[in-house]
Design a protein around this ligand. Structure first.
Ligand SMILES: [Zn+2]
Ligand SMILES: [Zn+2]
Length: 243
């Protein structure tokens, strides 16, 4: 953390700006009221496995959406901060393709809020991995930017390279759910370096966008194969239908 006097200088020179439209805002690392209004944050009753919003009130206890009733989800609970729609889509794309690493800072706060019901002391936060060739091309893993921001926000341990992608998978875009699962089968494993950390751990997996859940499935299975006790998943944005 920077010295308070230095923080003040930084604030004077670089006043906090809206992450989306750039207007000056009062609090650091947030959105202006207009952009906030058009960002589809997920609140209220959600599917306890994938975080998709559901009709009804949140007093009902754990409920599951039709997809999660039909598809086996190899993890315990899941949430997403926003729908992959309108500004939710803009934020996810800015982070992934726009070199807008600054999006991760406010996203850490939004993710922490959504993750709240799943968090427990000692939980290990880890991103869904990119294959190293893709990491070279893009230079960063957007999911790792998010997991790092969430770890800072929550104070929970973070292992950026807990998981490895053992083989390169082609883009999953346009593939249906079964094809995505097949493409990712066995593609992810726990890094041998972190075998001890994974054993008996409660893991919270981070991804930027959850669509069918195929990537989370492969990553969660890898954690359980390495002896994890529990795995929860968290996405910045939840695409309700295949996109
Ligand atoms: Zn704005
Ligand atoms: Zn669901």
């Amino acid at each position: 953390m920077a010295h308070p006097a230095l923080q003040m200088v930084v604030r004077l020179v670089y006043p906090p700006r809206c992450t989306l439209c750039g207007v000056t805002v009062d609090d650091a690392f947030g959105l202006c009221s207009a952009c906030w209004r058009d960002t589809p944050f997920i609140t209220g009753l959600v599917c306890d496995l994938c975080g998709v919003p559901l009709p009804g009130d949140s007093e009902a206890g754990a409920v599951h959406c039709d997809d999660c009733l039909a598809i086996a989800r190899p993890w315990t609970r899941g949430r997403a901060a926003m729908r992959y729609d309108a500004n939710g889509r803009r934020l996810a794309l800015a982070l992934k393709h726009g070199d807008r690493h600054d999006v991760a800072l406010p996203a850490g706060k939004w993710l922490a809020r959504s993750a709240q019901p799943m968090l427990s002391p000692g939980m290990v936060i880890a991103p869904v991995p990119l294959h190293w060739t893709r990491l070279l091309a893009r230079r960063f893993n957007q999911s790792a930017l998010l997991s790092h921001a969430l770890a800072r926000e929550t104070g929970l341990p973070h292992i950026a390279d807990l998981l490895l992608r053992q083989r390169r998978t082609h883009s999953l875009k346009g593939l249906d759910r079964a094809a995505r699962h097949a493409a990712l089968d066995g593609a992810i494993c726990v890094s041998p370096r972190h075998a001890n950390a994974a054993r008996d751990a409660r893991v919270l997996l981070l991804d930027d966008v959850m669509t069918t859940g195929a990537t989370f499935s492969a990553a969660a299975q890898a954690c359980f194969a390495a002896g994890a006790r529990d795995v929860c998943v968290l996405a910045l944005a939840r695409a309700a239908r295949d996109t």
